[in-house]
Design a protein around this ligand. Structure first.
Ligand code: ADP
Length: 447
């Protein structure tokens, strides 16, 4: 087992990892920018190292500083959290070259899944259902038209190097295709320095359903059920639930088994998420994330398994603590992402939190790195906390969530709490009746 883990992240996820390491008796090292000297993850870690000025590229994305911090403190492993360097294959390779364990998959697996065309090809080869579309990149308009005619309109043009919803364009008919192709290519080139694009069928009212998987790196793979993350704004998840209100037990185990077998065959190591769009009873792979996700907490709630413990175990060579047969699903869980943003316009609202009071009681978990008097720096993302609620069934979970939202107090800044108070009372949400466009439509109506 590791002696000391350096946590290459900040905010609630740095605390999340720190807690798991402490439970396992492992020393922790926090890294921080000058803007985060007072942050909770710095206060609670056994040691801390300042790695640079506020902009992420000079601190949390600065590989050399982080490797130097490992060497100074003698850390033998790095947990990257999510975001920042968590899906940076070069970082994983550099750590390996310094004999420091990256708590995550191999650089090669990160690389495959970071290239959407390669990821889709790999998924298909592993028996995962994919969205019908071009075999690889499309080179010109003629080829694009041929593929689109074959799969039928509407189609979506996507950047191979894509991420964060950029470089995607929909063409409703052949008349839109030329412009869509050109714009997607230009955007992709500008954003990612790679203008390769591919085409797939555009699904009109899908849900976003993702499967949590784990590989032990030695040919074993398990799944921990799915999460429904259909409530999104600009491709950013807002509210997540496990299990999905849309799936039955047969669909759950069918897609779960496909994913578990795929990661086993890939020889994948650690946590990962296979993301699908789901429409009319069919799953369509869109991407795989090779890291822990923000919403891993709801999977923990319904399985009782600490995913960060598992990540650390697997990375240290100890294997998974569970087999597929040990994994059972209990009740229902919902996560609300509480952002320091205006709940209507979503404009970030940094500043000082004058009063912070979190709800408690049975089935309530709050993961947050903030406290009363904390000043939110303007340099990073606006997530200030996650409210995770568990109940024996969805109805109980929603009742508890409504009560917890009433108790939650964040003064001094604007937050998205009022949005969740509206959502929890909405009949469509109560019925689990929503797709990936529901939230934006609801917000546009100003309901
Ligand atoms: P990114 O990595 O940029 O987030 P994804 O491939 O994960 O890109 O897609 C992001 C979002 O774009 C999806 O959650 C979905 O809302 C939409 N999307 C992607 N592919 C399709 C498709 N074939 N049909 C409909 N919507 C799509």
């Amino acid at each position: 087992m590791f002696q000391k883990i350096l946590i290459a992240n900040r905010g609630e996820i740095a605390l999340r990892v720190l807690r798991a390491a402490k439970e396992l008796g492992i020393q922790t090292v926090a890294v921080h920018s000058t803007a985060d000297a007072d942050a909770m993850h710095v206060r609670l870690a056994d040691e801390s190292v300042c790695i640079g000025p506020p902009p992420s590229r000079d601190s949390y994305l600065n590989i050399h500083q982080i490797v130097a911090a490992c060497e100074i403190t003698g850390a033998d492993a790095v947990h990257p959290g999510y975001g920042f360097l968590s899906e940076n294959a070069k970082f994983a390779d550099i750590l390996a070259a310094h004999n420091i364990t990256f708590i995550g998959p191999s650089g090669d697996h990160i690389r495959i899944m970071g290239d959407k065309i390669e990821a889709k090809r790999t998924a298909k080869r592993l028996g995962i259902p994919v969205v019908p579309g071009s075999e690889g990149a499309v080179s010109d308009e003629k080829e694009a038209k041929r593929v689109a005619a074959e799969i039928g309109y509407p189609v979506i043009i996507k950047a191979s190097a894509g991420g964060g919803g950029r470089g995607m364009k929909v063409a409703l008919t052949e008349a839109d295709l030329e412009i869509a192709l050109q714009t997607a290519r230009t955007e992709a080139g500008a954003a990612f320095g790679d203008d390769a694009v591919y085409i797939e069928k555009y699904l009109q009212k899908p849900r976003h359903i993702e499967v949590q998987i784990f590989g032990d790196g030695a040919g074993k793979g398990v799944h921990l059920g799915e999460r429904d993350c259909s409530l999104q704004r600009r491709h950013q998840k807002v509210w997540e639930e496990a299990n999905s209100p849309a799936l039955n037990a047969e669909e759950r185990s069918r897609i779960g088994e496909i994913c578990a077998n795929a990661v086993a065959n890939l020889g994948y190591s650690g946590a990962g998420t296979i993301e699908f769009l789901y429409e009319n009873g069919e799953f369509y792979f869109i991407e795989m994330n090779t890291r822990l996700q923000v919403e891993h907490t709801i999977t923990e709630a319904i399985t009782g398994i600490d995913l960060v413990h598992e990540q650390i175990r697997v990375a240290s060579g100890g294997g998974l603590s569970v087999t597929q047969d040990d994994i059972r699903f209990h009740g229902h869980a919902i996560e609300c992402r509480i952002n320091a943003e205006d709940p209507r316009t979503f404009v970030p609202s940094p500043g000082t939190i004058t009063h912070f009071h979190t709800p408690g009681g049975l089935g309530i978990r709050v993961d947050s790195g903030v406290y009363s008097g904390y000043k939110i720096p303007p340099y990073y993302d606006s997530l200030i906390g996650k409210l995770i609620v568990h109940g024996r069934n969805r109805v109980e979970c929603m009742m508890r969530l409504r009560r917890a939202l009433d108790e939650f107090v964040v003064d001094g800044i604007k937050t998205t709490l009022p949005l969740f108070r509206e959502l929890v009372g909405n009949p469509d949400i109560a019925n689990g009746d929503y797709d990936i466009h529901w939230l934006e439509k609801h917000l546009a109506k100003g309901e």
